[in-house]
Design a protein. Structure first.
Length: 256
């Protein structure tokens, strides 16, 4: 199933219940506008039980969801699984940009917990949400769910997020397969003790190119993490260039 939207987050413990409420409310809002069909179902990330030391899984709903909803927090940028989701969807957006020249499709960002995030990042995310400053709390949307007196502001934020999901899903980027991950430039995770600026952590980093691929073009067997592959001369691909030896062409997705 192709998820209509996929919520990527790093919220654990008791806070996960708030995320589940948000997912249910967003699902209700979207189906209230589009209908109750299963094709409008969304998916909530669940990384419980995953071994984070092993790196992110090669398969994620971010590869084919029509829209990615990101619940930003400081922990989000410290999670390999979360930054992997963001990298995958960002690459799909780049594919669409190369094809159409339209740069309007981006992940739908929600500042879930502003603690530890740069003020300018939180402010820009709130501005893109289209809500007023009074509706979007300084500490993050996760605080609105716990405040009965903020129900009106929460509903306005929720409806704004739904508006953005519908807009992105209508122009969803091409899908990605597990084999396409070999061309991915992942975002850098942020360590708890890092003193490097956020500007560097929010920017993608280059990874070694691995040109010795095996298997047929139809072989979609998930590969290992990109960072573990042998080093070889770096190389970039253009949407308009022809695939080289052993390269997989960038294909149009079922809703791209």
């Amino acid at each position: 199933m192709v998820p209509y939207f996929f919520i990527s987050h790093a919220v654990g413990g008791s806070g996960r219940r708030d995320v589940e409420f948000f997912h249910a409310d967003l699902q209700t809002e979207i189906k209230g506008r589009l209908g109750a069909e299963s094709r409008f179902d969304g998916v909530l990330a669940d990384y419980r039980g995953c071994d984070r030391r092993a790196g992110p899984p090669p398969d994620t709903p971010a590869m084919n969801c029509r829209c990615l909803v990101v619940l930003y927090s400081q922990e989000y940028f410290r999670s390999p699984s979360c930054t992997y989701d963001l990298s995958v969807f960002d690459e799909r957006v780049n594919w669409r940009l190369h094809r159409t020249g339209d740069a309007s499709v981006v992940p739908v960002g929600v500042v879930w917990n502003a603690a530890g995030l740069p003020a300018r990042f939180a402010e820009e995310t709130a501005r893109r949400s289209g809500t007023t400053a009074g509706d979007y709390p300084r500490r993050g949307v996760g605080q609105l769910i716990r405040d009965p007196g903020a129900r009106g502001g929460y509903v306005r934020v929720l409806r704004s997020v739904a508006d953005q999901v519908l807009a992105v899903a209508d122009r969803s980027p091409p899908t990605m397969t597990a084999r396409d991950v070999g061309y991915l430039t992942p975002f850098r995770t942020m360590s708890r003790t890092s003193v490097v600026s956020w500007d560097m952590h929010l920017a993608p980093v280059p990874v070694p190119w691995h040109g010795r691929r095996t298997g047929s073009p139809q072989d979609d067997t998930p590969r290992g993490p990109v960072a573990e592959r042998p080093d070889s001369p770096p190389r970039t691909r253009s949407w308009f260039s022809s695939p080289g030896e052993g390269e997989r062409p960038i294909l149009r997705g079922p809703h791209g």
